[in-house]
Ligand binder design. Structure first.
Ligand SMILES: *Cc1c(COP(=O)(O)O)cnc(C)c1O
Length: 382
């Protein structure tokens, strides 16, 4: 099979290419005007006061946690059904991730289990918008307020999604996005933190560039050349080349999501009521951007997922599994996390199978995928 359809991929057109080439021909490849322009476009799109872009979603998470004051000895509460970056960013700062089990249907953190996990050391709750489906934030904000805890949304999957009829990006203290090529829009590598809080905004800007400021000095200024490094930051800057691509991509985001919704309808039309797997659904409080299309295999097929996975890939359908629970990884096991911690998440992991879904997917591809999926599951019926 030469034709391999991946589970997700970017869509790049002539406008995107021109935007990048224009920057290459200009005076500034980095630290120019495009970065600010991309940041304002993001905050306008999401309805937040501020946006700060970073070299990756992981760098953006690291910066958000730092700005929230997370440090050695602190705990953060998050979901085990996520990419390792969500938890790793806490480890970078000497904090400990505490995993709370998920809802069996959405795969998002279960708000009802959060309060039990709160201790004196809890600094932040970091819900993950699994597959681009918003988390029910109402109950989480209520708990966070009562305990005076920061809420940072890992919305790396979910740019353009909506919660209760409002775009996400300004519901919590901070919201983090990723622009990796499989995400809703891309800058090659890249990420952003959105916030309405000026104090976080200033820390995010400094963290991105070594903890340096040219604004409010602690010492007296020696002259106009002065800058001050006030804490230990990193070089987490995004280039103007990437920002120009981001600006161009963002203009197409609503169209991308519209296309994804149409593709989802096609899957639903063929797959509803099938005996092999359950389909993902949207809750009434949520408008998903459908970053992933995550099937949940029924018992008989869950047992044989490894074989089915191999067979689908062999036939050119680029399935993937999202995610191995974070604490299953050897590094986390070494840190003392043990299997059995989040039974619903572990069952979710065993059942989950992501099938291809992305903007620009061809009609022939989707027909092929549906045919191959039926054919393959049928061959495992007994
Ligand atoms: C992609 C992703 C990240 C990390 O983003 P990068 O841009 O790849 O660093 C973090 N969290 C989740 C849930 C992601 O899917």
């Amino acid at each position: 099979m030469t034709n391999f359809i991946p589970y997700g991929r970017q869509f790049i057109d002539e406008d995107d290419i021109k935007a990048v080439v224009d920057v290459l021909m200009s005076d500034f490849l980095t630290q120019g005007a495009k970065v600010n322009e991309f940041e304002s476009a993001l905050s306008t799109y999401c309805g937040s006061k501020y946006a700060v872009v970073f070299s990756s979603g992981t760098a953006a998470l690291h910066a958000a946690y730092f700005s929230a004051g997370i440090g050695p000895g602190d705990e953060i509460i998050t979901s085990p059904i996520t990419f390792v970056a969500t938890a790793n960013a806490a480890l970078y700062l000497g904090a400990r991730p505490v995993f709370v089990d998920v809802q069996p249907d959405t795969g998002n953190i279960n708000p009802e289990l959060i309060e039990k996990a709160i201790t004196e050391k809890t600094k932040a709750i970091i819900p993950v918008y699994y597959a681009g489906h918003p988390v029910d934030m109402g109950p989480i904000h209520e708990i966070a307020k009562r305990y005076n805890i920061v809420v940072i949304e890992d919305a790396c999957h979910a740019l353009g999604a909506g919660y209760k009829n409002k775009k996400i990006g300004s519901h919590s203290d901070m919201t983090v996005f990723s622009f990796h090529p499989v995400k809703s829009i891309t800058t090659g590598e890249g990420g952003a933190v959105l916030t309405n809080t000026q104090d976080y905004y200033e820390k995010l800007l400094m963290f991105r560039t070594h903890g340096i400021t040219k604004g409010k000095f602690l010492n007296e200024s020696d002259g106009d050349w002065c800058y001050e490094m006030q804490f230990l930051g990193y070089n987490y800057r995004m280039t103007d080349i990437q920002s120009a691509l981001g600006i161009s991509q963002l203009k197409k985001l609503d169209l991308f999501i519209k296309q994804r919704r149409e593709l989802v309808k096609k899957y639903e039309k063929k797959f509803t009521g099938n005996p092999y797997f359950d389909l993902p659904e949207e809750k009434d409080y949520a408008c998903s951007n459908w970053h992933l299309y995550a099937l949940k295999l029924k018992d008989r097929y869950k047992e044989r997922k490894a074989e089915i996975f191999k067979e689908l890939r062999r036939k050119g359908v680029g399935v993937q599994v999202h995610y191995i629970p974070v604490y299953f990884h050897p590094y986390y096991q070494e840190l003392g996390y043990s299997k059995g911690l989040s039974p619903i998440a572990e069952d979710f992991y065993q059942r989950e199978l992501s099938i291809p879904l992305y903007q620009g997917m061809k009609d022939d591809d989707i027909k092929h995928i549906i045919k191959v999926i039926f054919e393959t599951f049928k061959s495992y019926e007994r």
